[in-house]
Design a binder for this molecule. Structure first.
Ligand code: CUA
Length: 190
């Protein structure tokens, strides 16, 4: 009696071991979950991967603005634009100071090698490729220091490629920029 019963069971399950069948189900379920995550993240939550926003000539990119003067500028109240050059083996600028609540768009390029850019405690994380501009935006809602590093191995000075985003209070930021302005006008006067 045992044999025919066994045959019947095998027919029902197409001869797949239950253990294997469960793994197959789990794999298919995972694919569905991944597809749903990407769809919801991309369409409903606005997640973006850093794209090649702009093509530049890596040999001449640093000769003309904005890349000839890397740094941060306020383009509207509370809205900033940063131009950061990743070059073997340093970031220019090495320090970015912003008032708390600042919404900043970071543009990055490299004149030489492939570099990386990752800011601690944020989702700012991108690759920098010569000839392309990588761009990501972020709003710094908390005071503090947010170090950034190059996380693509780029040669013997790789570990020296780091910097920091300083997020300060609005008053402190005003005081800092006021000093800068004063210094600039003094220079202009002198
Ligand atoms: Cu630049 Cu590692």
């Amino acid at each position: 009696m045992e044999l025919p019963e066994k045959a019947a069971t095998e027919k029902k399950t197409m001869g797949i071991d239950p253990y294997e069948r469960n793994w197959m189900r789990l794999s298919i379920l995972l694919l569905v979950v991944f597809a749903a995550t990407i769809t919801i993240g991309g369409l409903a939550m606005g997640f973006e991967v850093p794209g090649a926003e702009q093509e530049v000539d890596p040999r001449t990119v640093l000769d003309s603005p904005p890349w000839s003067e890397p740094g941060v500028r306020e383009v509207a109240p509370g809205v900033f634009e940063a131009y950061v050059v990743a070059q073997a083996w340093a970031f220019v600028p090495r320090e970015i100071t912003l008032p708390v609540g600042a919404e900043v768009t970071i543009n990055l390029t490299s004149p030489d090698l492939q570099h990386g850019f990752r800011v601690d405690e944020t989702n700012l994380n991108m690759m920098v490729i010569p000839g392309q501009v990588s761009t990501l935006s972020y709003t710094f809602d908390e005071l503090g220091e947010f170090p950034y590093i190059c996380h693509e191995y780029c040669g013997r000075g790789h570990e020296a490629m780091f910097g920091v985003v300083n997020v300060v209070s609005a008053q402190e930021y005003e005081a800092l920029t006021a000093t800068d302005d004063a210094a600039t006008s003094e220079e202009a006067a002198g």
